[in-house]
Design a protein around this ligand. Structure first.
Ligand code: KIV
Length: 272
């Protein structure tokens, strides 16, 4: 595994992410949900691969992240882990797997770690889940927090608009970030909040802050299929498209259809 633009080809650890923040080195994180894509993402030098519950939208076509189950997350995470050599693999705990109580949260966390062989877990929320986060950490499982726009709470928010514009919500977010950091989370994702608030949290807590739609931070995460331009209908302001794979794939598949129908494929060289 060469590692595109990567100087350090050792397996990424949570400890290394902390060092990267201290040294002012940015952390590159992307989602992946299957073996083939994970192998490409890892080979391109991404530091952290998130097996996001966005698999519910991207892979299964659901409108929200709520329907995906622990079994389905384990399936995706296992497939990703098989394709990765260098990146730290973080798996989302799906909706309903940790909100009931801390005991059930730890049981599900242990099950995901045992069956998926991933390196860490991500949970959405602050004070309301802090006891669960502490219990999972106490079981020896690294935890990544997730604040701001937390898609598992979409039915409470009612919209995917920017969060924490109002002072009270911003202050709660800063308080929650301190709680997660003090508890020992190795990173915190801040989704779709004002850039000034992200900047404040990055400054106030030692934990690496990973932004998505939150402006500059210690690192960034995007949904793989969005940044590759596979998902035509989704174009929020924060999304930078690095390719137009929707067009590339549609052209290639269209050409295949044409070639099959015209009898051009397979030709003399393409048969036994
Ligand atoms: O599920 C996911 O893809 C995520 C990212 C958007 C951070 O949680």
């Amino acid at each position: 595994m060469a590692g595109y633009l990567v100087e350090d080809t050792r397996k990424v650890t949570t400890h290394r992410l902390m060092e990267m923040k201290q040294q002012g080195k940015k952390i590159a994180m992307l989602t992946a949900y299957d073996f083939t894509m994970a192998r490409i993402v890892d080979g391109a030098g991404v530091d952290v691969i998130l097996v996001g519950d966005s698999a519910s939208n991207v892979m299964a076509g659901n409108l929200t992240t709520l329907p995906i189950t622990v079994d389905q997350m384990i399936y995706h995470a296992k497939s990703v882990v098989r394709g990765v050599q260098r990146a730290l693999v973080v798996c989302d705990m799906p909706f309903g797997s940790y909100q009931v109580n801390a005991t059930e949260g730890v049981q599900n966390a242990i099950r995901i770690m045992k069956e998926a062989h991933c390196d860490a877990l991500k949970l959405e929320g602050g004070e309301e889940i802090i006891e669960t986060v502490k219990r999972i950490l106490a079981a020896g499982i690294p935890v990544c927090g997730h604040l701001g726009l937390t898609p598992q709470s979409i039915n409470k928010f009612g919209t995917y608009a920017v969060r924490a514009r109002e002072e009270a919500e911003a202050e709660k977010l800063v308080h929650d970030a301190h709680l997660l950091s003090d508890a020992g989370c190795f990173a915190i994702v801040l989704e779709k909040i004002p850039a000034a608030l992200t900047e404040r949290v990055c400054r106030e807590v030692d934990t690496p802050i990973i932004g998505i739609g939150g402006g500059p931070a210690d690192g960034q995460v995007l949904v793989l299929h969005d940044m590759l331009g596979m998902n035509k209908g989704f174009s929020p302001k924060f999304l930078r498209r690095y390719a137009d794979l929707n067009a590339v794939m549609t052209d290639a598949i269209g050409q295949y259809v044409t070639d099959v129908k015209s009898g051009d494929f397979p030709n003399e060289e393409e048969k036994y």
